[in-house]
Ligand binder design. Structure first.
Ligand code: ATP
Length: 297
């Protein structure tokens, strides 16, 4: 079983600030990290480091950022299918980390939104029934819909993280098997029950420091977060989703409490360290996380 993650690839620049700037203000910041980022890339790298075979499909521009992303991804245990687009800038994120621990993220989506349905669907080459398609909210409406329809046609299982929230998600839920949402997204989408009514089989609600819940037609299972000192929460949700999906896939089961337990452990590693992908568990740490949590559950 293989996972195909289709989404955005970006470079993240994280700046520490005392507080978020008001309109018109000029403030000082300190450079915290420059790292691989983008929700699609984050999920693909975390998933690959668990040991689940993973293909990452994304668009970049023909520029220095695009080359840096390709070089850095070549060091990950991942099959990378990057479409190089002309006349388009590779995506980037600026992350402001305020002293109080909150962050604000500004992301460009020029390259991600320019990935055409044909280019994206071409990235699923080699997939087999039962393989996993993983999506987020950075692609265009046409490309996201085309991928979900193609995956259904190929007998793949689909997972969606509707972030950033887009109005075009509404008619797509019947094509989604597993949804990962935080509290704000769940509320904006009309509640987790509304997603189940539209055909989603499993909804995972992430609750930050309060952990996560798995919601299916059979009921709800809560899993506590792993207590840790918070350094930088960027990418925690992506690492959580990738780990939960990989944990279930590697054991050949549907999402379960063990998958969420594994995910909370991986996410705790991520929030306790600065950076995005650099803060994710390494392959050795993932082996430990998946093994140890399994023995306890
Ligand atoms: P982000 O957008 O920052 O990546 P998100 O909003 O998608 O995150 P969250 O619910 O904030 O998702 O966090 C995902 C998971 O990360 C949580 O379910 C939890 O396991 C872990 N996590 C987040 N914050 C903390 C924390 N303060 N302490 C321990 N674990 C945390």
């Amino acid at each position: 079983m293989k996972a195909y993650v289709v989404g955005n690839a970006a470079l993240d620049e994280t700046l520490a600030v005392d507080d978020f700037p008001r309109p018109g203000a000029s403030i000082f910041g300190a450079s915290l990290s420059r790292d691989l980022g983008g929700k699609g890339l984050n999920q693909a790298v975390a998933m690959a480091r668990t040991g689940l075979p993973c293909v990452f499909v994304a668009a970049v521009g023909q520029d220095a950022r695009g080359r840096e992303i390709a070089d850095r991804l070549a060091r990950e245990p991942l099959t990378t299918r990057l479409t190089q687009l002309t006349g388009v800038a590779t995506d980037a994120s600026t992350i402001l980390m305020a002293a109080a621990g909150e962050n604000a993220v500004i992301t460009t989506r020029e390259a991600a939104s320019a990935l055409s349905p044909g280019q994206a669907v071409g990235g699923l080459a080699g997939s087999a029934p039962g393989d996993l398609l993983v999506l987020q909210g950075n692609l265009s409406a046409g490309t996201t819909g085309a991928l979900l329809r193609e995956a259904r046609g190929r007998g793949m299982t689909t997972a969606m993280n509707p972030s950033p929230l887009q109005p075009y998600f509404a008619p797509l839920w019947p094509l989604v098997d597993m949804a990962f949402v935080n509290e704000g997204e769940a509320e904006a989408l009309g509640g987790t029950g509304h997603l189940l009514e539209q055909g989603v089989q499993s909804v995972v609600l992430t609750l930050g420091a309060a952990g996560a819940a798995l919601i299916t037609a059979k009921g709800q299972t809560r899993v506590a977060a792993v207590p840790c000192t918070v350094r930088d929460t960027t990418g925690a949700g992506d690492c959580f989703m990738a780990t939960a999906l990989a944990s279930a896939a590697l054991r050949g089961v549907a999402l379960d409490a063990t998958a969420l337990t594994h995910a909370t452990r991986a996410a705790a590693h991520t929030v306790a360290r600065p950076g995005t992908v650099a803060a994710f568990p390494t392959e050795a740490e993932f082996a430990d996380i998946l093994g140890k949590a399994e023995q306890r559950s």
